[in-house]
Design a protein around this ligand. Structure first.
Ligand code: SF4
Length: 285
């Protein structure tokens, strides 16, 4: 594993709609978690580096640049998402502590935040997450795709286990004022799409009183497609061909999607969990 410091000129990036935030910051480029379906592999192309999982770039001046941007008169304290193309709490964050400084900065300016992670390291910053959640909107999500640990370790080899992530969410829900939920995405055809698997995730989310579960089927775009399919092929040749047929393009066939969402609708009726991330004004006091 190689960690490479870089300087950034800007921190906040404007993102397209569909999520309850339009602004995004990545303090890291590349991600050690190694998910086979990682949609962010393309993001290393800009660095002319194809070692997405092994070359981790970190923006050592991120706090300074971010502070300049969120104190501009034009900045209206919009929600900033952390980590669309990398996990902000991947292993190197343990020593670098950049997220800890980000949270202190957001407390100073009472700026709302959204953090998605597959790491238990986020609990290190529970005190700051709690403090910020008392004065601004905070939303914390973990991706949970698979209740079966053996399969989960294959598809997300270096991330925390699904149970560990659930525990993280439970603690944050209990000890802070943050909105907390699960991104059940990607639902991987023939691997994590069974009624039993999806129901187990909803059931646990319901038991620990999470605010929402947002499901979504898998997309295979750009270099993610050959990487994912070839990784699966090493385990199961038949599954490789089935998946290849289901994904003539980046999205799975429409008939499959309809079937999955019918399955999900049945589960949702039982557990009555919201299926969208709460908007800030749903939660602010
Ligand atoms: S945690 Fe996210 S960014 Fe990191 S490898 Fe997995 S999918 Fe990619």
């Amino acid at each position: 594993m190689e960690y490479i410091p870089i300087e950034c000129k800007s921190a906040i990036r404007k993102v397209r709609g569909g999520m309850p935030y339009q602004h995004d910051v990545n303090i890291y480029r590349g991600c050690e978690h190694g998910c086979l379906y990682c949609y962010a592999l393309y993001s290393h192309d800009y660095l002319e580096d194809n070692q997405f999982y092994n070359h981790i770039y970190y923006k050592e001046n991120i706090i300074e640049v971010l502070e300049k941007e969120i104190t501009k008169p034009s900045w209206k304290k919009q929600i900033v998402n952390f980590g669309s193309v990398s996990d902000s709490y991947q292993p190197c964050e343990k020593d670098l502590k950049l997220m800890r400084e980000v949270l202190k900065l957001f407390i100073k300016y009472q700026n709302p935040i959204n953090i998605s992670t597959k790491s238990t390291l986020i609990l290190r910053d529970l005190d700051l997450i709690n403090e910020l959640s008392q004065i601004a909107f905070v939303n914390i999500t973990c991706t949970v795709t698979c209740a079966d640990e053996t399969i989960q370790k294959i598809i997300e080899p270096h991330a925390a286990t699904s149970l560990e992530r659930m525990k993280v969410l439970q603690i944050i829900k209990q000890k802070t004022n943050a909105s907390v939920g699960i991104l059940m995405m990607p639902i991987i055809p023939y691997i994590t799409d069974s009624y039993e698997n999806m129901e187990a995730i909803y059931k646990l989310a319901h038991q620990i009183h999470l605010d929402y579960v947002v499901p979504g089927t898998m997309y295979l775009r750009g270099k993610t497609k050959p990487y994912f399919l070839n990784s699966i092929r090493q385990y199961d040749e038949n599954l490789y061909w089935k998946l290849k047929g289901l994904y003539p393009k980046g999205s799975c066939l429409k008939e499959y999607k309809i079937e999955i969402f019918n399955r999900l609708n049945q589960i949702r009726k039982t557990y009555n969990l919201d299926n969208k991330i709460l908007k800030d004004n749903d939660k602010m006091r």
